[in-house]
Design a protein around this ligand. Structure first.
Ligand SMILES: C[S@@+](CC[C@H](N)C(=O)[O-])C[C@H]1O[C@@H](n2cnc3c(N)ncnc32)[C@H](O)[C@@H]1O
Length: 208
């Protein structure tokens, strides 16, 4: 039986990718139940709803970056989106995502490095719960922008603590200053209800 709090602390405090991957590997089986039923993890549905307001084409090719077990894909699929792909570091989390049968393709890789995906491929990227402490930082935006189509959308959450620690505002404004993307909408919302955490959920549009 998973000790929910212990494993959640381990993923937030991991000091290496290997440690993080091991923790997610152990959590994968109970992840949905722990986070959704017990902890009130609302960020996937909030971000998915925000993206839906900008992407009306249900056949748009969308990449769920850091898809985990597929909570975001599940919500988008339920709303009729049919061209979804997932990307994650953890084989065990990807196996759970595969079981949901909502993604056309799943990719295993590291979002902090060069992505083995072509330029200008996706109408939208969505990333929930992945820009957070000890996971992925603002250095990953460059590659995600590269693989987004000109005029496409990037929707992501940044957990409150990471937002300050990793200077997201400065990093995101620098990207806007060079015209690579522009801010479309941003709001602070609940993240995990039980621990009172919040996140910023943001939508940016790639320059054309
Ligand atoms: C909190 S989970 C979020 C999963 C899903 N988006 C959700 O909202 O339930 C974070 C996910 O990011 C993945 N992850 C962490 N660091 C990563 C990296 N460098 N590259 C790819 N995936 C990573 C983890 O394996 C995990 O599945």
């Amino acid at each position: 039986m998973t000790n929910r709090k212990e494993i959640h602390d381990r993923v937030l405090n991991a000091t290496s990718k290997e440690e993080l991957a091991t923790a997610y590997g152990e959590w994968a089986e109970h992840y949905d139940k722990d986070l959704i039923d017990e902890m009130g993890y609302v960020a996937p549905v909030i971000a998915s709803q925000l993206l839906q307001g900008y992407v009306s084409d249900l056949s748009a090719r969308i990449l769920d970056a850091g898809c985990g077990t597929g909570l975001v894909g599940e919500d988008l699929h339920q709303k009729g989106y049919s061209n979804l792909e997932g990307f994650d570091y953890s084989a065990q989390m990807l196996a759970r995502a595969k079981d949901k049968e909502v993604y056309n393709r799943l990719h295993q890789g590291d979002l902090t490095g060069r992505l083995d995906l072509a330029d200008n491929s996706y109408a939208a990227i969505i990333s929930v719960g992945t820009f957070t402490c000890g996971h992925v930082g603002p250095e990953a935006f460059g590659e995600l922008i590269r693989i987004t189509k000109p005029g496409g959308y990037l929707c992501f959450t940044v957990r409150d603590q990471a937002w300050e620690e990793d200077n997201y505002r400065v990093a995101m404004d620098k990207i806007e200053d060079i015209g690579a993307w522009k801010r479309v909408e941003e709001k602070t919302t609940a993240y995990i209800q039980q621990d009172g955490s919040s996140c910023n959920v943001c939508i940016y549009q790639k320059g054309v």
